[in-house]
Design a protein around this ligand. Structure first.
Ligand SMILES: Cc1ncc(COP(=O)(O)O)c(C=O)c1O
Length: 435
């Protein structure tokens, strides 16, 4: 049965006001709810797995601030660590012991990086990693994959051209064509295309960049053999392999997708979870590669608020909890049980929808395919069903990301009760989406 639409009076009012201040009324485009029904909800507070909006509606949250909140909202240990640091100062523009402490937590639990640099966002981490790769190899071109998002720096806002292997085309106004010419975009899971790139642009490719597990355009889980192919072909051509683990880092475990595939990339980038909800990004590599970063090396990168003490304190508190034995195993078990119960319902009702999952990430795909590994396998029209499901879930107190291309996250704060309530709501929402 259709649930009554939630009241959005105050959110709608705030949105109208916000439009006077911000383009589209938001500070990041997907928040504008363009792909789903209604106006965006303005959030007032969060606690554990729950959110409350300006109209007093309560939701169980599966967006989790787009990934950082693996411990849910208002985690007491993170809150107390932040409060303790607030009393000492917000920013010094000088080193603190907190940076060492967070770095130690990361490096001693992650064999894939020897040295790291803290920045303030995932975008900044990836942008810096690309510069490092170019500086290190003394080459300019990079290869990225259609369907992978790496933040909004110029080199990466590039989409595929029309041929199998072409220069990219800018995917945003304002990105110079000359920049797009340095980025080659090909399809995921297409070995021939990458082989062709290395023939066509011999000795010109600085790096191939891939999301650890692509999770920004659906959840496109790649086969290990393909990632091994990326490792081998980059190595044999003197190019670097970059894993952008801004989503998968500290989500699939401390060692992220690198461990999942058991493959050593040359440079890794992180963000989201690492700051416990505060703005932090990281890039890291071997000591030898990182030795090319200033002030040791010639690749310049800096930041007024890099290694910010409040963000470091939040990150230390968060990662200390994640480092406890069994944390990730529990997350995975909980997520799988949640997904399996919905899958059983889908099978009983013969609905054309799949749930792909890895660790505590899940994605609903309205498809008949059993595997989706490249962006072109996602049917745009199928998003109409997600749109209905999203509306019906909101009306039942469940908050999913406002686009069918986005994945959902289960946090350690989601209780069995939260998950049972959600499963019931999803069953009803799916039946309505297929009416
Ligand atoms: C894989 C990946 N890389 C980079 C970014 C950019 O990170 P940020 O939004 O913190 O700049 C994101 C953001 O969603 C991401 O998912």
């Amino acid at each position: 049965m259709k649930a009554q639409d939630i009241s959005r009076e105050k959110s709608a009012e705030l949105f109208e006001k916000a439009k006077n201040y911000f383009p589209g009324g938001v500070n990041s485009p997907v928040r504008a709810f363009k792909s789903v029904y209604g106006t965006p909800l303005f959030i007032e507070r969060g606690d554990k797995a729950h959110l409350w909006d300006a109209d007093g509606n309560e939701f169980i949250d599966f967006c989790c601030s787009w990934g950082p909140l693996i411990l849910g909202h208002n985690n007491s240990e993170i809150r107390e660590a932040v409060q303790a640091q607030l009393a000492k100062g917000l920013s010094f523009g000088a080193p603190t012991a907190l940076e060492n402490e967070l770095a130690e937590l990361i490096i001693s639990n992650n064999k894939y990086v020897e040295k790291i640099r803290f920045v303030s966002s995932g975008t900044e981490a990836v942008m810096s990693a690309i510069r490092l790769a170019r500086g290190y190899t003394k080459r300019d071109k990079i290869v990225k994959f259609e369907g992978c998002y790496h933040g909004h720096s110029d080199s990466l806002l590039v989409k595929a051209g029309s041929g199998l292997v072409t220069f990219g085309e800018t995917s945003s106004a304002g990105v110079p064509k000359a920049f797009a010419d340095e980025t080659i975009v090909i399809g995921l899971n297409d070995k021939a295309a990458l082989e062709q790139v290395f023939v066509d642009f011999k000795d010109q490719i600085a790096a191939v960049i891939i999301e650890g597990v692509p999770a920004n355009n659906g959840l496109l889980i790649q086969d290990k053999a393909y990632i091994q192919f990326l490792r081998d072909i980059t190595k044999s051509n003197g190019s670097l392999l970059i894993f952008d683990e801004v989503i998968t880092g500290f989500r699939l475990g401390f060692e992220g997708a690198a461990k999942y595939y058991d493959i050593q990339p040359d440079i890794l980038t992180y963000g989201k979870i690492i700051g416990g909800g505060m703005p932090v990004g990281v890039y890291g590599a071997s000591a030898e590669i990182m030795g090319h970063i200033s002030p040791d090396g010639g690749v310049y990168q800096a930041g007024t608020l890099s290694g910010n003490p409040v963000a470091m304190a939040a990150g230390i508190a968060a990662l200390s909890i994640l480092a406890q034995p069994g944390f990730y195993e529990n997350q995975e078990k909980t997520t799988l049980a949640f997904v399996e119960e919905i899958r059983a319902f889908i099978a009983e009702n013969n609905l054309e929808v799949k749930i792909f999952t890895l660790g505590s990430i899940f994605w609903f795909a309205f498809t008949s395919l059993d595997k989706i590994q490249s962006a072109d396998q996602i049917e745009h029209e199928s998003m109409g069903k997600y749109k209905i499901m999203h509306r019906e879930l909101l009306n039942r107190g469940i908050y999913f990301g406002p686009s069918g291309y986005e994945v959902g996250f289960i946090s350690a704060a989601h209780t069995q009760e939260d998950l049972s309530t959600t499963i019931s709501a999803i069953k009803e929402a799916l039946l309505i989406a297929f009416e």
